[in-house]
Design a protein around this ligand. Structure first.
Ligand code: GUN
Length: 307
């Protein structure tokens, strides 16, 4: 029987545990974690993502505010706003929803966020720490959530072949380093790669983050592989909009040992790990022992290995 990984249930469980830990922070330490989300575009998908992040934060006791800025805002004004949040000690996490309008340099904006408040883990310094396997860095939420799901199916990933399809800074590249820390042999495939089926057919773990509906076929997948679908593609089917993943779910599930559905797989995990990152950032800033919070997550995904 194939395991259909219920990301929503797993994410709800993590958030439930986290909310108990947040109430301890509030009661015992008088600390109130606070997340600010900046939205600078009218992209409907971004608006939904941001609303879901704020709703989840509020529901588990994280103070949260979405700051909506006009999409013709200048880069300087946006940077000014981020610096304001950097200087505000009551703010523990700042997230700038991507994509940004094309007149704004996303790299410059991301690197303006204080490294310790960078709950997305996108700042160059946090990326560098992840690459080097250092401790206590903030790691991007989606790959962290994906690794959590994989490890619930298979605790020891040493020596496993992993294929990541997609080389984005948000998912593909950080996923590579997290899987490497787990001692996987990792291959990244992308739009210019040849023979995708050949690489995938040797993989024990496949992570698809390519943004192409139903891209991954069952003929590519090894019997018994773990298949994680990060894609969220909006498609029109008989006049109705439907969300589907990068993996041909109905067919691939017949071969995989475990597979995530879309929706209800990786999406809720991204939000759960944003909440976890916000609490980790808060604890690091307030010099509160964070080991309590780490128990929620497989250790190597937060601590790195220094190898
Ligand atoms: N846009 C799509 N995914 C993400 C994410 O994880 N963080 C931010 N800030 N923007 C996104």
């Amino acid at each position: 029987m194939t395991i259909i990984i219920d990301g929503k249930k797993i994410a709800d469980g993590l958030c439930e545990e986290l909310s108990q830990k947040i109430s301890i922070l509030r009661r015992k330490h008088n600390i109130f974690p606070c997340l600010k989300v900046i939205l600078v575009n009218k992209n409907p998908a971004s608006q939904i993502y941001v609303r879901n992040k704020q709703k989840k934060a509020e529901s588990i006791g994280i103070n949260s505010e979405t700051i909506v800025l006009p999409d013709n805002i200048s880069e300087n004004k946006l940077i000014e706003k981020i610096n304001e949040l950097n200087d505000d000690p009551s703010v523990n996490g700042t997230l700038v929803q991507l994509p940004l309008p094309s007149h704004i340099r996303a790299g410059k904006v991301i690197n303006t966020v204080n490294v310790e408040k960078d709950v997305d883990g996108f700042h160059d310094e946090n990326v560098g720490r992840l690459v080097k396997g250092e401790r206590n860095c903030l790691v991007p939420c989606t790959p962290k959530g994906v690794l959590h799901l994989i490890k619930l199916v298979e605790t020891d990933l040493s020596g496993k072949n992993a294929v990541v399809i997609g080389r984005s800074n948000i998912v593909g590249k950080p996923m590579l380093y997290l899987l490497l820390q787990e001692n996987c042999t990792v291959t990244i495939l992308h739009s210019q790669s040849k023979n995708l089926a050949e690489y995938c057919s040797k993989a024990d773990v496949v992570v698809a983050a390519v943004g192409k509906p139903n891209f991954v076929q069952e003929s590519w997948i090894k019997e018994g592989a773990i298949v994680i679908d990060v894609g969220i593609n909006s498609v029109n089917m008989k006049g109705r909009t439907k969300l589907i993943g990068d993996v041909n779910f109905d067919r691939v599930k017949e071969k995989a040992k475990a597979i995530t559905p879309v929706p209800g797989g990786v999406g809720p995990m991204t939000i759960a790990f944003l909440m976890i990152n916000t609490v980790i950032a808060t604890c690091l800033q307030k010099k509160v022992e964070i080991s309590d919070f780490m128990s929620l997550i497989p250790v190597s995904t937060v601590q790195g290995t220094n190898r």
